[in-house]
Structures are given as structure tokens and as C-alpha cells.
Design a protein around this ligand. Sequence first.
Ligand code: GLP
Length: 244
Amino acid sequence: MKVLSFKNYQSLSDFAATEIANAIKNKPSLVLCLASGDTPKLTVELLVKKIKDQKIDHSAITFIGLDEWVGLPPENTGSCHYFFQSKLIEPLQLKPSQYFLFNALANDLQNECIEMDQVIDQKKGIDIMLVGIGMNGHIGFNEPGSSFNNLSHVIELDEVTKSVGKKYFTEQVELSQGITLGFKHLMNAGKVFLMANGIKKADVIKKTVDGPVTEDFPASIMQKHQNGFVLIDEEAASLLNKTA
Ligand code: GLP
């Protein structure tokens, strides 16, 4: 794992977007998995702009959504589905065969997990995974205590996640479970970027980078990834001893 520190959110997002855009140029059939949330918002916007401005052929990429709030319809503006639909899928006019998102309304959520795992297998794994980090150290909805050996799974949400998650919704919603890719997917991914910005993420970044590797603090798994990068701005880096 390497830690890369950037002056601000803009430069950090631009770095991530450039990396992904270049990866698509090098491998037009790239399998890309992204998190939704506030952190990757600008990266996704910049990526779409780069693809359009540079006319990068994205007709063969595969996009995989990292996670979803169970029970939320895709029209809900706080859902991960809505985020990707409005920010990535529509702007790039991805074909339905090019993207895979968990259906959080499915009666059989276990089957959703099996199907997602099969898609990832068929695509021979994820090339690039860009994730954020929750205020409890979660990645996707891999909450504290989640096994590092998980594939896709459904999980009871942590109290911190339920409380922080309210920020995505304009109306009151009942958040109780999440459906998410697991850490086996993350460890098998060719390259992983974990992004964080702002002073509020300084403590979780410190634990991610300098703390013990433990399932009690999920993002610490990044230390084990051979091609893992922690991308942070100066504020999120402020508690670290040293950064590259
Ligand atoms: C959410 C999502 C994660 C996301 C994280 C951080 O609950 N499940 O996929 O990366 O929390 O979100 P944000 O970037 O808004 O801080």
C-alpha cells in the first residue's frame, strides 16, 4: 500500500480520474468498480469529462457498483443507484450490458449477491476499484467485524453508518441493512484506490494507515493490498507521521 497526499480535494480527484481514464485507454475492456458518496463525486464528474473531451472509447468497459442501501428504490436520490445513474451511466450512455448494480428491492438478496459474484468471476475480476471510507472505517458496507474473506453479502448496518447515512437523503428513511461487495473482491482487484478528504476523515485515515490490520477496523485491510493506494488531501493526512 502507498499513501499519496494531495494539496486539496480537486487535485486528489483529478489524479484519480486521470488514473482511471488512462487505464481505460490502456485496456478498453476495463472492469471498474466505484463507490458512491460525497468523496468520489468529483472524481466521477472529472472522469466523465475526460472521457468525453479526449473521446476515450468506453464502449467495452464494465462498471460495477460497490454497494446499496437495502430497501431503497433506484429513484431515491440518496440511493447509490441514483448516484451512478445520474453521474456515470446516463452521461456516458452506458449500455445495460455494461453495468451491474445491486437491486436493493430484490426479494432474494442472497441471489443478488450470487449473481454479482458470478459477474465479477465471468469478467475475470475487477481491474480498478475506487472506494471511500466511512466514519467507522467501513469500505462499501463492510462494517466493523466483517470478515476479510467475504464475497458479496447483506449486512446489518452499524449505528454510525445509519446516523452518518442520513446526509444523503432529503426525507427520513429507515436504514437498516446494506448489500455490498466483500473484501475478497477488494483483495483480488488489480488496483485499489481508497480516497478521503477533509479533517473529519483524519482519524480514520490514521487508523487505516498506521493502525493494526484488523477486521474491527475494516479499512486497515488496505495495508495488505499489493497495489493499494490511499489518496488523501492535506486535511485527511494531517494526523499521519509521514506521507509519500
Ligand atoms: C457510505 C458508503 C460507502 C462510502 C462511505 C463514505 O456509507 N457505503 O461506500 O464510501 O460511506 O462516504 P462519503 O464519501 O460520503 O464520506
